[in-house]
Design a protein around this ligand. Sequence first.
Ligand SMILES: Cc1cc2nc3c(=O)[nH]c(=O)nc-3n(C[C@H](O)[C@H](O)[C@H](O)COP(=O)(O)O)c2cc1C
Length: 422
Amino acid sequence: MSPRQMKLGLFLWATGHHIAAWRHPKAHVTAGIDIGHYIQLARTAEAAKLDMIFCEDAAGLREANVGIASQTSRSIGFEPISLLSAIAVQTGRIGLVSTASTSYNEPYGLARTFASLDQLSGGRAGWNLVTSASNIEAANFGSMGLRSHADRYERAREFAAVVAGLWRGAGSGGLNHDGQSFSVRDALDLPRSPQGAPVMVQAGASEDGKDLAARTADVVFSAAQTFEEAKAFYDDVKGRLAAYGRTSGDVKIMPGVAPVVAATEPEARAKHEELQELIPDEVGVALLSSYLSISDLWRYPIDGPLPELPESEGMKSRQALVVEQSRRDGLSIRQLARHFAGARGHWRIVGTPAQIADELQARFEGGAADGFNVMPSWFPGELDAFCALVVPELQRRGLFRTEYEGRTLREHLGLKGPASAA
Ligand SMILES: Cc1cc2nc3c(=O)[nH]c(=O)nc-3n(C[C@H](O)[C@H](O)[C@H](O)COP(=O)(O)O)c2cc1C
């Protein structure tokens, strides 16, 4: 028996994380606006005793070209906190984590929304703090365009501190904050959270992102391809904690993983190929371009190498990850786009339950992860397969719980109390 057990989250994404998931023969094409679909997924994850479900967000379409957007697996969907509020009353234990932007909200309103989700779910809420890197989103908020990376993080640091202050002060006095971007004078109209404060999640991987995570986050999501990349990220973030008076156990690092599982390896490979065959090249290249923050990638020969790119003001870390992979594996734009379309740069494992459990175990025990954010390639089939085949294998190995130990998300994650957001 392993004394330490891994944490597992389910990363929700309408029809599935593979960009061609909506074209799978068994896909549920209108999944994005079917509440019954989401409730079913949440219940499946809860029956498997997963720690949490996670909803990403961007207030806008992910792709400016509507012809391309209409061919992807996540072009329509609910605003996620509304969605999680509905899921909250249809589930009892599983954690409910949603993204919300520090660029397009004010801290008092957001603190109140998450405090409400936390109360109505009995202490199961978590907030994934993002700085919002997309131009498309910026254009929806009447701004002068995307603010610089440094400005976004400066605002995010102050935002996080105000929210944490409101959560900590909920039910008692008030907050008296007069800062660079925000001024807040009041307390929340809600009692203190059943779990102390909603769980704070972050996924930025730039220097500013990792530093803010070390200061404030309880959970860190990341994208990594190789063991070495995952381990370097893990050591880097954990190494920053001491500067903020925190210890390694205070933060759970959960990289994304996109498993494709079947009883035999050839079956798993065939399932994976079936989806790969459904990717139109222009859709794959458009997705890759958006994560690389380059608008004219399609101008370059598709069977040639990735061109030199200017440093991004968008998602710096994901751009670096993709460039590193293209150079390391000598991939053409077409090959890279096809690879990227499967899980947007996250780690993909194709194999039997034992092979997948071996790989997860190696990263977990090798000190590269505290758990994983699971990204099924299509819903519900690949989630069902993960819960039916991989979870029992991890449980047999003593690597994952067979029953919830507590009621709140903080208890599931083994987190003591709210992080200090100084
Ligand atoms: C697993 C994962 C989930 C993410 N979810 C979101 C999201 O929902 N919305 C968003 O705007 N950014 C999301 N991001 C992006 C990051 O949170 C961050 O904003 C981006 O990487 C830019 O920050 P950086 O330059 O510090 O990496 C996600 C990243 C990862 C790895």
